[in-house]
Ligand binder design. Structure first.
Ligand code: CAA
Length: 258
């Protein structure tokens, strides 16, 4: 499959990577680009040889937001009748973990699609923000929700209301990102985490991701019941039998993902 706005590769065994490639527009997220991202991620998700995915941009820009030139002149009805950015990047359909490897600008929709991933690894030069306020609009792809949950209400308000940008170190301190690494290392860090995931039982990985995501919006009691359900499902897997036997026999488990 050849794409116009993205590069797709497998940087390590079991790891699928999608790189945004619209350098002249700092990877602004226009509709065809998002369609390509969705298609490539869904293809990796359905590929038994892939256990984890990486979504990344360039060293200069992860993504500078939704494409302002595409949105200019659009009415509410135009936007209503268009498939939205978040619908075009449907993380709910991805049962395999996705790591955002972020360097440079992660603004507006760029910050929002990074936050929609399961983890974020940032380069020291990463800059996170929701500058929609400068355009007279508000975040439209999850920013008011995911940023607030990640960094807390007071800081999220400052970021969204006054266009305060977060450096990588600040993002780490406030729990928005998992790791920060030098520019020439952040991709290797992301690949390393993805490889660790890909080497595990894919049955257990899938059930874990599902339990965290599905219960995120439930009450604790509902969440505990859902976790219990997935815990019991895991007990029916061949990987559970193998994992426990391998531990007792002091050897490495051989996962069959069954
Ligand atoms: N949409 C469309 N084009 C964009 C873009 C965007 N979000 N961000 C940058 N570009 C384009 C610029 O128009 C410019 O193109 P031309 O060379 O054709 O003029 C090119 O990328 C380079 O940008 P700059 O010259 O502005 O580069 P800079 O280094 O001076 O500044 C920047 C970089 C601070 C990221 C600046 O480009 C900027 O502020 N971009 C807009 C960021 C923004 O507002 N994002 C939110 C978008 S709205 C949104 O995302 C809504 C939502 O929640 C879904």
């Amino acid at each position: 499959m050849s794409y116009k706005y993205i590069f797709v590769d497998r940087p390590a065994e079991g790891v699928g990577r999608v790189r945004l490639n619209r350098p002249k527009a700092l990877n602004a997220l226009n509709s065809p680009l998002m369609d390509e991202v969705n298609e490539a991620m869904l293809a990796f998700n359905g590929d038994a040889g892939i256990g984890a995915m990486i979504l990344t941009g360039s060293d200069k820009a992860f993504a500078a937001g939704a494409d302002i030139k595409e949105m200019d002149g659009k009415t509410p009805i135009d936007m209503l009748m268009t498939v939205s950015l978040i619908e075009r990047f449907d993380m709910k359909q991805l049962s395999k973990p996705v790591i955002a490897a972020v360097s440079g600008y992660a603004l507006g929709g760029g910050c929002e699609i990074a936050m929609a991933c399961d983890m974020i690894v940032a380069s020291e030069t990463a800059l996170f923000g929701q500058p929609e306020i400068n355009l007279g609009i508000i975040p439209g792809a999850g920013g008011t929700q995911r940023l607030t949950r990640a960094v807390g209400k007071a800081l999220a308000m400052e970021i969204m209301l006054s266009d305060r940008k977060l450096t990588a170190e600040e993002a780490l301190r406030h729990g928005l990102v998992n790791r920060v690494a030098p520019l020439d290392e952040y991709m290797d860090v992301a690949i390393g985490i993805a490889q660790k995931i890909a080497r595990r039982s894919q049955v257990a990985i899938r059930l874990t991701k599902d339990a965290v995501n599905k219960t995120y919006e439930m009450t604790l009691e509902e969440g505990l019941a859902y976790e219990r359900r997935n815990f019991l499902v895991a007990f029916g897997s061949e990987d559970k039998a193998e994992g426990m036997r391998a531990f007792i026999e002091k050897r490495r488990a051989e996962w069959t993902n069954r």
